[in-house]
Structures are given as structure tokens and as C-alpha cells.
Design a protein around this ligand. Sequence first.
Ligand SMILES: [Zn+2]
Ligand SMILES: [Zn+2]
Length: 534
Amino acid sequence: MTQASQPIIVQPIIVQDTFTGTKRELLFREPGKCGVYCCGPTVYGLCHIGNARAALVPDVVVRFLRQQGLQVKYVRNITDIDDKIIARGQADGVPAMEVAARFADEYHRDMAALGLLEPDVEPRVSGHLNEIIALIERLVARGLAYAAEGDVYYRVSAFADYGKLGKRRPEDLLEGAGSRVEVDARKESPLDFALWKAAKPGEPAWPSPWGEGRPGWHIECSAMCGTHLGESFDIHCGGRDLIFPHHENEIAQSQGAFGPGTFAQYWLHNGFIDFAGEKMSKSLGNFFTTREVLSLYDAETVRYFLLTVHYRSGLNFDVCVECPACGVELDRDAQEAGACAACGEAPGREALRQRVRFPGLEEADDRLAYVYAALAGARRLLAAAGAAAPAAPAGPGPLLSAFCEHMRNDFNTGGALGTLSRPLAEVNSLVGLVKGVDKAARLATLAAFVADMGQVAAILGCFGADPEAWLRDRRDRRAARAGLDVPHVEALLIARREARAAKDWGRADAIRDELAELGLSVQDGADGSAWDFA
Ligand SMILES: [Zn+2]
Ligand SMILES: [Zn+2]
């Protein structure tokens, strides 16, 4: 075994660990290897954009660790047995497992649209009943759980470290629980939580030593982590809303079963998403599904927007909405009232939601177009240089080094994206220059830029599309949104080409003016003319 076969992490990676509340250097349990677990969705409806962020954060963590040479095993579960799924099944008159299968498929569609990597393992609760039951039996045997009338509860008082992750003291929690009216007689303490729930009539159920029933939510993740990543593993991710009680309970279960110091070594939690600063207006509803946002904006733009902010920070979606009847932008009061002050229409929620705009996403789309324009320009010049174009440099250039420095600091994607500004400006000016530039030096800079951006694309899952195709798609999306008559525009371009061929410059200029009035510009290139928004 030679030293060279081991991946070498040259520089340390620092993470903000929720458990210790400090920044810590990532030290892997096995050199060169990393296990990552992310709590996946409970599949009872279309996922909202907050779920998308919770999946995107570990996606970028995993991509970066792999780019740094680590062998990563990424596990993200599907919770397909849960009260909410059963409730939806009963409401729709469909078996619960059918509801779960359907929305797991929908979840996969959304995640694929956002360019998320498939996890290496995607365990489902329904496939892990044996492991879950074995874990509960182990906890019962160790005095950390007890059966009561077909249920099994975790004995919180028997786990000394309870509350450490969520920074809560059991005595305070008890005091809070004491003020609530209902105290379950089957529990020894109000803090105890269900590991196994006895089946009620008409609910899906699985056999167990305690009778027919189903697992509680928290024990599922402990069992699936243990099965696929072992008693201890490196990084556990999830939304901040899961810290307490879900992750607290995962720790109590897994460390209760396997001892102190086992289970996740680092806890990474992402911040919330909110719309319109606080709460969305009554007329619009409470949240947007990923599907809705993706029906309005390009998936890569959404992905880019989500990455512009550090994962631990909250992320705000500004929301604008136009009156579907008259097109006037509705202010906050009009949104609250659900009625347009200008025309008096009171459009329904669905009509309003289809007229929603997210200015943050529009800015992100412009930025992405700027990046792709630089990439397209650089690639065009390199292609034109043919054999004179330099080979891609072997190692990382200054762009990639600066980018990764921010990524090594708690996966700071916002800071990392900020480092691209200067190189992008430099490349844009190099692409625009015609004279007075050292050709070889220019090509070398562009080749390094394209190579580094390839690595950046692999880390972020952005900027990896064919630049020309992405820009063309964006143009067509904008045209569709603006209700532009594209066949008419194409016909104008042809008429202009014919006028130019006939040297009818007056006519050609008149057509150019007509296009300009539509807000469009024409670029004449070697292989014909193309139109775009000015
Ligand atoms: Zn979980
Ligand atoms: Zn109106």
C-alpha cells in the first residue's frame, strides 16, 4: 500500500457543529472517507421549497468533499410510514403506502429537476422494520425503553445527556410539559417519546414483539443511520427545525443503544426559508411548493439563488404579485385583502399564485446569464484559436483556490460565489477586447478560467450546462413570459438578412428598429444573426 493511493486533504475543512456550538475542524473517522446522513422527506404531499433547501445543503457538502478527494457515502432516507401519510390516505381514500409511493416519486422528480445527486443509499422505513425493532429491543434491554399497552416509549430520564443538542434542560422541559393539560397515562414521564405505536383499526401495521403497530418517527432515522453508516459516522445534516426534538431523540436512541460518543460526530443544520420577510399574505397562502417555483423559474436559477446565502442563515424570498385582471402590482394591503384597488377584481388564490414573481430569483437569473455569457465568450475564443489554444492547466488556478477557501470555511457558498466577481469581470473584458492584448496570454487566462469553472460547476451543480444552449433557453423562457410572437421575430430576422443580401440598407435598418421596439437586439455572427433581449 503506497501513500499516494490515499486521498490527501491538503487544507483543513472547518464546520460549525450544532452539538458543541463551535467551529470545528472536520476530522474523519476513517482517513479519506466520510459518511453523511440527511433526514429526507415524509412523503405525504409535494415538497415545499424549504425541503428543497434541506436536501440541497448536503448535496453541495457531498459534492465539495468529493471534489476535495474524499470518498463519501451519502445516505438520505424517505419516511414512508407516518401519521401524516396515513391521514392523507384516509382523506383521499387511498392506501397509505400508495400515497407514500406516489409522493416519493414526486419528490425524486423535484430533486432531479434541481440537479441534486442521487444519494448512494436511499433507505425507506418500510424496508427497515426488522432493524427498527431490533434497535427498540436493544433499548428495552438496556433499560432505556419500556412497553406499555402495545406502545413502546423511550425513557428520557435514563439518558443523562438528553437536551444537549437542543440546549434544553430536562427539568425545564418537564416544567413546560406539566402545564399542558393532557398527560398520557401510559408514559412514565411526559418527556418520554414513542418508539413504537400500537396500530389503531384501519391503519397500516407491522408485527412486533409488542403487537401489531408501526415505528415512531425518530427511531426510523437512528435505525437507518446504523444500518447504512454504522454505529458512528461523520456528518448529520438537516433543517434547523429538526434539532429538537427529532435529532435530540436520534442521539438519545443511538447513543443509548451503542454508548457515549457514538453516532454523528458533526451536526450541520440549515436555516429556514421565509417568503415576503415574515408571513405571506392571507390571500396567497403560506408557502410555495418546489414544483410551483420551478414552474415559474429555471431550476438552475432556483438552485443558484438558494446557494447565494450561507446554509445556516435564513433565506428570504421577496414576493411580488400582479393583478391577473389588470396587471397592476398589488401592494401589501391589496394582497392582504385579496382584491385589486385599481380594477376592483378579487382574484382567487390560485389565480394570484400564478402571477407571483420572486425578484430575488430574477436577479439570480440575470447573474447566471452573466456567468454563462462569460463562459460562452471564453469557449468561443478558445474554439476559434483551434490548435493555438493552450491545454487546460493541470492544477487549480487562482479562481478555484479562492473559491475553495470559502467552501472550506463551513461550506460558505455565498462567500465562494463572491470570489467569482473579479475573474468574471476580467474574462468579460478579455472577451470584448479586439486589439492591444497579448493573444497567448489571453488564451491562457481563458483556458484557466474555463477549467476552474468546470470544477466550480461540479461543486455547486451550477454553471455546468452548455452556455450557448442555456442562454438560448433563457431567451425563449423570457419570450414566452413576455408573450412575444417568436415566429414573427424569426420572420423579421429572415427579412433583414434578405435585405442585407440585396444591399437594401434602409430596409435592413428599419427592421432592426422594429426589433428594437420589441425590446430586442440582433447580433450578427459568423454563422448568421441571432436575436436576444436588449
Ligand atoms: Zn431524521
Ligand atoms: Zn386589477
